[in-house]
Write a protein that binds this ligand. Structure first.
Ligand code: NAI
Length: 699
């Protein structure tokens, strides 16, 4: 049983007790209904209080039960709420800390509600591609008014109880407790004060209207259409809340349930639920138990104050951790610090940062040219040039000066972390921390686990990732780790598409229509085409048989590195970022086709999307096979948080699962027939072929 039952004189207190947030799983629901029945059967009990143990009243549905028969098993949440409404004795919800989703819906079914200040109140279902499914859309408008309720249901964001309590005419709270500590006592006293009240008030009996009626909902629909183009749930939230104003309560409930059930089966909701679970799962490493002792990180050093070093430093400053930056020359330090300052100042101007916070952050930042000044740092992150020789010098020096137990991290994007570790006498302390540019903005942090990286180091860095608000995903050591290893195959396909007859703008348009934030060519122009050029030159030595389209090299030979040179795959007007199709580039691509003797063919948008996405999927399958990623969800997290993969598709591996792995393999076999393509490229990875043959999925 995950709800406790205690008697305090003439009041029974049912305390949900299902850590961490009292999710309303089956056992908790049984505990609630049993408690209600017991209290109602006991003549000595005059009133009932429902509350939550520990860190929450209730965070809502137990997401682990989603889609499983357990979620619907009686008593389901609707039945629990009905049992509360039907209780002959008054039921008071005592809310504190978190009352969200099903937890808030449960409270709305109670006769009375008392809340502690600071309670986070929310119906966040829309974030999982759903609408509230246990009366939230019908009851919240009745206690807060249509507009406040719809805003909360559409945003899914929490609002503090004391703010809602100030709203004129609100009926969400009957009383505010004076403090979280006194809630339990005040709830008992309140329950006694209403013990004799009859009839018992029910939210379902309150009126619900908007003075503008249809006009308001039309306005809401227009707003939602603009905001949520790929997700069906927000528009359905409007439908459900409108029903609260036009239908009888029970009919509104029927519509809410219909919408909820229909949304549950949409690919968009599946994708968002997958993302929710995958994000939590990413922090769990199979052979590193959660109670692994962690090292304390109270100060950080960053080597290199260039593009990455500055952004990396800001993450720690934002979290209140002091940072010391080291460079080779004072000018480089000055330049790096000026960039950080400029970044914060722009946040100040936009009102996103307050002056005192700005001052605090800048005060945490110091600089040095001398390695000896770094010796006390708990963590040092190297972000110098991407050359093994340079990294070697830096790590040998760090090994000399850093205190024992300090973590030595590299932000390398492609180099071998094991080799870097071998430059030190403490490979167990070395780890990759691969941030993405701009490092102060991008959510993704690939944590690269070397062969000798200590488990405590890994656990520390994962926890630190959370502290600086990153999505940390563990990758094994390989060229490009998870993200860049996959993107290389995607970029190769993009190049082949040009050779066969597509234009950069056609490829970008097709994949952007699919939902990517940016197509490969616009992305190349933004990041700098010279980066890929340098990698291909290195590859030409390491793997001379790897086929590439030569178009990207030709582009770079023309000095067209992208936005930074005012020209790349597209033309750019001075100071602007709009990508203008370039006749010169299109001619260059045509000439290249002629050199190769290729007659261009018309390539459909579908083929473009499949070839780009399935190239990610196939390499993702190899990454799983090689044990570079421990689960498919980790790969999806990398792509959703670091590469602009469309959120509503759930990541490349989830998308492949939804298309069906059999269909993915069939498409790849078709592409193998394509005479221009490298047949080996489209050889399905053994894991993919196996799962497809067995009718299984990556997840
Ligand atoms: P950058 O060229 O902007 O900055 C490198 C900085 O390191 C320069 O300021 C340079 O003066 C300094 N530096 C070089 N050798 C040094 C030494 N021995 N001691 C102290 N400072 C030294 O380069 P960026 O782009 O910041 O890249 C740094 C690292 O981050 C590379 O390993 C790169 O692969 C990686 N990375 C880069 C990303 C990007 O988008 N730029 C993304 C993710 C990783």
């Amino acid at each position: 049983m995950t709800a406790d039952y205690k008697v305090h004189g003439d009041v029974a207190v049912i305390t949900m007790n299902n850590p961490p947030v009292n999710g309303l799983g089956h056992a908790t629901r049984v505990g609630l209904t049993d408690g209600l029945a017991k209290a109602n059967a006991d003549a000595a009990i005059k009133a009932i209080v429902i509350t939550g143990a520990g860190k929450a009243f209730s965070g809502g549905a137990d997401i682990k039960e989603f889609g499983s028969p357990k979620a619907l098993a009686e008593p389901n949440l609707l039945s629990v709420i009905l049992a509360i409404e039907n209780s002959a004795k008054p039921v008071v919800a005592a809310l504190h800390s978190v009352a969200m989703g099903g937890g808030l819906e449960l409270a709305l079914g109670c006769h009375y509600r008392i809340a502690a200040p600071g309670t986070n109140i929310a119906l966040p279902e829309v974030k999982l591609g759903l609408i509230p499914g246990a009366g939230g859309t019908q009851r919240l408008p009745r206690v807060l008014g249509v507009e406040t309720a719809l805003n909360m249901i559409l945003s899914g964001d929490p609002v503090k109880s004391e703010l809602l309590a100030q709203q004129p005419g609100q009926k969400l709270f009957d009383k505010m407790a004076s403090s979280p500590e006194s809630l339990a006592e005040e709830a008992l006293a309140y329950a006694r004060s209403v013990a004799a009240a009859r009839p018992l008030p029910l939210v379902r009996n309150l009126p619900c209207k908007h003075p503008l009626g249809d006009a308001y909902f039309q306005f809401a629909r227009n707003m939602v259409k603009g905001m949520a183009k790929n997700f069906p749930a927000p528009a359905r939230c409007v439908d459900a809340v409108e029903a609260a104003t036009t239908k009888k309560f029970d009919d509104g409930m029927v519509l809410e349930r219909e919408i909820f059930t229909a949304l549950m089966f949409t690919p968009e909701s599946r994708a968002l639920r997958h993302l929710f679970m995958a994000e939590r799962a990413a922090s769990k490493i199979p052979d590193v138990p959660e109670d692994t002792p962690k090292r304390q990180i109270k100060s950080v050093a960053v080597i290199g104050a260039g593009t990455m070093g500055g952004g990396i430093a800001m993450n720690f400053l934002n979290a209140g951790i002091p940072v010391k930056m080291l460079e080779m020359k004072q000018e480089a330090l000055d330049k790096g610090i000026a960039t950080i300052r400029k970044n914060y100042e722009s946040q100040l101007k936009k009102g996103k940062l307050k002056q005192d916070k700005y001052d605090q952050r800048m005060a945490l930042l110091s600089t040095t040219l001398d390695y000896a000044d770094l010796k006390d740092a708990d963590l040092v992150i190297e972000a110098v040039f991407e050359e093994m020789g340079v990294k070697q010098k830096v790590f040998e020096k760090l090994d000399e000066v850093m205190k024992p137990g300090a973590i030595l991290a590299s932000n390398t994007s492609t180099l071998d972390v094991d080799k870097i570790a071998s430059f030190t006498k403490r490979p167990q302390d070395v780890v990759g921390m691969h941030f993405f540019s701009p490092a102060n903005v991008m959510k993704l942090l690939e944590v690269v686990r070397g062969a000798k990286t200590g488990k405590d180091v890994l656990a520390t860095v994962m926890a630190l990732g959370k502290q600086i608000k990153k999505t940390a995903v563990v990758s094994g050591v390989c060229d490009g780790f998870i993200g860049n290893r996959m993107i290389e195959q995607y970029s190769r396909q993009a190049g082949f598409l040009l050779d066969e007859g597509a234009t950069p703008q056609q490829v970008d348009r097709a994949i952007e229509k699919f939902g990517f934030a940016m197509g490969p060519f616009r992305m190349g122009d933004l990041a700098g085409n010279d980066i890929g050029w340098a990698i291909r030159k290195r590859r030409a030595q390491e793997r001379p048989n790897m086929l590439y389209s030569r178009t990207a090299d030709k582009l770079c030979e023309l000095g067209r590195f992208g936005q930074k040179t005012g020209a790349g795959w597209y033309d750019y007007q001075a100071g602007k970022r709009d990508a203008i199709p370039s006749p010169l580039v299109n001619k260059m691509i045509e000439d290249h086709r002629k050199e190769l003797g290729i007659t261009p063919r018309k390539i459909s948008d579908d083929e473009i999307v499949q070839r780009l996405v399935f190239s990610l999927v196939n390499e993702g399958a190899r990454i799983l096979e090689d044990g570079i990623a421990s689960k498919a969800g980790d790969i999806d997290m990398v792509y959703l948080t670091g590469y602009g993969f469309p959120m509503h598709r759930g990541g490349p591996m989830m998308y492949a699962d939804q298309v069906g792995l059999f269909n993915v393999v069939q498409a790849m076999k078709r592409f193998q027939q394509n005479p221009r393509d490298d047949a080996a490229f489209w050889e399905p990875a053994p894991l993919l072929a196996k799962l497809a043959a067995e009718g299984k999925t990556f997840s």
